[in-house]
Ligand binder design. Sequence first.
Ligand SMILES: Cc1ncc(COP(=O)(O)O)c(C=O)c1O
Length: 391
Amino acid sequence: MVYFEKSDALKRLPKQFFADLVVKTNAAIAKGYDVINLGQGNPDQPTPPHIVKSLQEAAANPLYHKYSPFRGYDFLKEAIATFYKREYDVSIDPKTEVAILFGSKTGLVEIGECMLNSGDTVLMPDPGYPDYLSGFALANLNMETMPLRAENAFLPDYASMPDPLLDKAKLMFLNYPNNPTSATAPADFFEETVKVAEKHNICVLHDFAYGALGFDGKKPRSFLQTPGAKEVGIETYTLSKTYNMAGWRVGFALGNKSIIEAIELFQDHYFVSLFGAIQEASAKALLGPQDCVRELVQRYETRRNAFFDAAKKIGWDAVPSQGSFFGWLPVAKGFTSESFFEYVLDKAHVVLAPGVGFGKGGENYVRIGLLSEPERLTEAIDRIGKLHLFD
Ligand SMILES: Cc1ncc(COP(=O)(O)O)c(C=O)c1O
């Protein structure tokens, strides 16, 4: 066989840090241990039945057996605009301010190629969601990090970023509720973001994947609720977490018309839009009863309370999550995030995601997923407690 070289763009793609962890986790499972895996971010609950039923019915419609319109069905874009008006009181023109995505990940990865040129600078939160890096690599961007520190409530500190850096930056990624830190963003932070973006001509992408998941009765804010946000950026949203539809691959981007047009143009050349029946069921999800979302938030909040109460009892001092379905906890003294992961997997058969996998700024932390029932979460803490790492 002739070995054909991959393109330079593919060679630039980052190594998948978490692939090694999956190998180590599977090795422990293969040895027969009852492994509690808190390392992943895959929603554990099924899609609500009324949404599944809607797909089943729509799948029989011959209209949907044809190619979908390239940019998606108008009824879905209109449903998205209605959803944003209802949930956030944000007005969106469904014709020019919405692009449908194959899961929000597609939008996050393609935006670099849509808006920037090779060598342009992008600002990345550190720690941050590693999939952003794939898009930076494909578009050959220069990445600069924005540290998210506990003392700044895991928000970037614009005042500490030099003007030349902000002048050079063309794109900024933000994500609240945040993966991995589980922090949420207050209104004044988004207001400051708009000011910084206007002053330095930066296009902002706010990743609102966990938009539905806020605790203690606090609904996370959409970036688009901020005056001027639509002038400087877009928000990406996904049905993956709000409606447990991760396998369906439905997301959307909305906001600034010029950015939306660039995404639509890019997608005209790469894809034909999602299966029409999925678009119909997605519109039903957005417009239909929302009790399922309230129940889901309650479920995650119950798990969060169980986990953090138990952690406190063993002396593991951590700030309970404000949103998302993650928890972000400091490692025990004397460990790095990777050595802590190894030790806890080896001795307690509990999988935690080492913070360093989300960037240097994640060192000394681990991320847990609230994606198991409370008994399993508290059992994980009991097992870690027996190691006396926090006494
Ligand atoms: C921060 C963040 N953004 C985006 C995504 C992508 O979600 P999807 O592609 O399913 O819409 C995820 C998924 O885990 C995520 O954690």
